[in-house]
Write a protein that binds this ligand. Structure first.
Ligand code: AMP
Length: 306
């Protein structure tokens, strides 16, 4: 099963209560692609970078089997740049700077051999670009997942609403769900967002786990209580990559299987936050992932006798 991943590839400058990192590689598609590559084959990224984007990082992605034919490199231009600072609770962050650079007039070109992909992961990116990728698919993918953020709700809400009508699953955090729906209760927010188009909604609550909704059911997965949380950047994207990677590998898009996919997404995200940027995600073993899945099972299993 092939999976197309669209999103930013970026430079990030980050500050957390534990330290700072200046201009390290980040971006939604970077985290999604890395996470998904641990679970599924045939991942094809669609993005845009500037001349400044490190060749060695591209080589690292390729060495994992990730295809980069859809990543355009623009000569003489700069990559997307984002800078953020986390508050002491690490769940809230302030964006200090967003420089669109190459993203400002990005027209994605989905390579011809990926227009029939089974899975499409629309990572956080300009909604019009997300739409353009959907329109370039020759056959409708089995599952289209969309991630977005408050930035796009503020500057491109109408475009975002149009894309929401075309996707199956939306992943956003609790604050964004409240902004998008205008509802404080997450149950009411979920109902409203599901009425905008998607069949499923995942609300990410950082260290408090994630909720999966459809019109009839709801599932909750906790986040693993971790001793070390260094840098939450990319945790949401890593979660999305693990989620879609698991579904693509298991070829099953039922609500029941989405529950497992959420656990995989949460497990991969729990690694992501242990080091700055993508470092931990670039150095994972299958055994470490399996052990963490077991920790999730142990954390959530309970036998109640009435
Ligand atoms: P997350 O922590 O999962 O929300 O993702 C953080 C990543 O999103 C960083 O690596 C940023 O480069 C990227 N990012 C930040 N702002 C935006 C934006 N407005 N659009 C797309 N990607 C962004």
């Amino acid at each position: 099963m092939s999976t197309v991943v669209v999103g930013t590839m970026a430079f990030d400058s980050l500050e957390t209560p534990f330290g700072k990192a200046d201009r390290i590689v980040g971006g939604a598609a970077t985290y999604i692609g890395l996470a998904a590559s641990y679970l599924a084959d045939d991942i094809q990224m669609v993005s845009v970078v500037g001349e400044d984007f490190p060749e060695a990082f591209m080589d690292d992605l390729k060495s994992r089997g990730i295809k980069l034919d859809g990543v355009e490199q623009k000569k003489g231009e700069k990559s997307f740049y984002w800078s953020g600072k986390y508050r002491n609770d690490m769940n809230t962050r302030d964006t200090l700077d967003t420089q669109l650079n190459v993203l400002a007039d990005f027209k994605p070109n989905v390579p011809a051999d990926y227009r029939n992909a089974d899975f499409l992961m629309l990572g956080n990116l300009t909604p019009a670009v997300q739409m353009s990728v959907i329109e370039q698919m020759t056959t409708r993918p089995k599952l289209v997942v969309l991630d977005t953020m408050n930035f796009w709700m503020e500057i491109a809400l109408e475009d975002l609403k149009k894309v929401l009508k075309k996707v199956d699953v939306v992943t956003i955090n609790d604050e964004e769900a409240r902004i998008l729906s205008g509802e404080y209760s997450l149950v009411k927010a979920a109902k409203k967002i599901l009425s905008m188009g998607p069949e499923y909604l995942i609300i990410k609550k950082g260290e408090h786990g994630a909720l999966l909704f459809n019109s009839e059911e709801v599932f909750f997965a906790p986040a693993l209580p971790l001793e070390e949380v260094f840098d939450p950047t990319g945790a949401g994207d890593t979660f999305a990559g693990g989620f879609i990677g698991f579904l693509a590998a298991s070829k099953d898009i039922s609500f029941e299987n989405m529950k497992c996919a959420i656990i995989y997404g949460s497990a991969l995200a729990s690694f992501c936050v242990e080091k700055f940027g993508t470092e931990r995600l670039q150095n994972l073993t299958k055994k470490e992932i399996d052990n963490r899945i077991q920790q999730f099972i142990d954390l959530t299993q309970v036998e109640i006798k009435f």
